[in-house]
Ligand binder design. Sequence first.
Ligand code: HGY
Ligand code: MN
Ligand code: MN
Length: 434
Amino acid sequence: MTGGRLDSIAPEAFAAAARRVMARCDELARVSAEDGEITRVYLSPEHARVNRLAAEWMREVGMSTRLDAAGNQLGVLPASAPDAPRLMLGSHLDTVIDAGRFDGILGVLMSIEVVRLLRVAGEDGAWLSPFDFGIEVAAFSDEEGTRFGKALLGSSAVAGTWDESWWSLTDADGITLREAYREFGLDPGRVGEAARREGELVGYLEAHIEQGPELDRRGESLAVVSSIASARRFQIAVEGEARHAGGTPYDMRRDALLGASEAALAVERVCAAEHHIIGTVGQLEAFPGAVNVVPGEARFSLDLRGEFDESRDRVWNQLSRELDDIMGRRHLRWRAREVHQAPAVFCDPLLQDVVRAGIGETLPRGAAEPTTLFSPAGHDGMSIGRVAPVGMLFLRNPDGVSHHPDEAVSGSDVALGLRAFAEAVAHRGAEPAA
Ligand code: HGY
Ligand code: MN
Ligand code: MN
């Protein structure tokens, strides 16, 4: 479709930018705590290394860079007017364990390329945003919550929603978040400085792989995101009685692992019967963990998401009743500790429109309206939605594989995504000043 605001940019520029993004996704994939896989957690040496690489690439396109008080790597392309508000683009550089190379990283690198595509030279030769807002790129530092269990720590600091109780969160080695801050060179007492004032951001736009099969099934490259699922995460402990695996007859057993296993199956059954409610048990441990001892204790995680907070909470209450029944029948006790909660975020109508217009510029004249999808995957927009309107662009993720080394995206879809993303920013820039 012609008529785009960026028709003056040659298609080869988008293709070259896509090649650079793909090559840099490969480069960042080599920065991992473990050989042979991609694992990069908050406040780790690997986190520091990818922050430095992102800062180098931000400066390469003319941005000034800084590390904020929560370890987020930021870059700014100013508007001509000093103190103009900024449109934030970005995503996250941290990963899950044994991750793919595009979740989060793609959005950060695409944001940097959009700056390269849109920047204009100012009188003094410095690069500027051509809009009445500046452009800021955020490489958020902990979207996944892999190390401390609480997700969205980096973007929560930017949103000004930091909770002092998080300082005592510990990682698998018993290191507290407070200690990890200090080891990384951050001052826990200054985390509040990362927070943004109301009106500082005109919006937040994130490009991300879909992490689901919808676009692949429809044979489409890009989609607008309507909303981001609300999330609640729990650590659940089940208490029974450790006993001899040989001498204990079944009618005397209080097997905590079997109670947890039946609970995990109940999560699947209850959530599968709902619309846009997803529950997952990703961790399950039995204690004492000996082959010849009936497990006296079991611990498992529950990741529960929903399109709406209310339906998510209704299902949590239903699951709690089911766990009461299961554990009661098995003479077990259970308790849940909530470790993360984030409300659903509904993408801003104007930002949905500019993303839709941006995708439209990549489609042939007369093509059907771009697809709009609900995101069951969480994103940093769940935090930033507290201080700015949020919009998201999804890119096709073949077979929907994500949080896995086989996670993929095609270079051609990235080139289309860059055109759509840059067009979306240009369309936002054409809107009357906020
Ligand atoms: O868990 C999620 O949905 C996101 O990838 N952190
Ligand atoms: Mn993820
Ligand atoms: Mn992500």
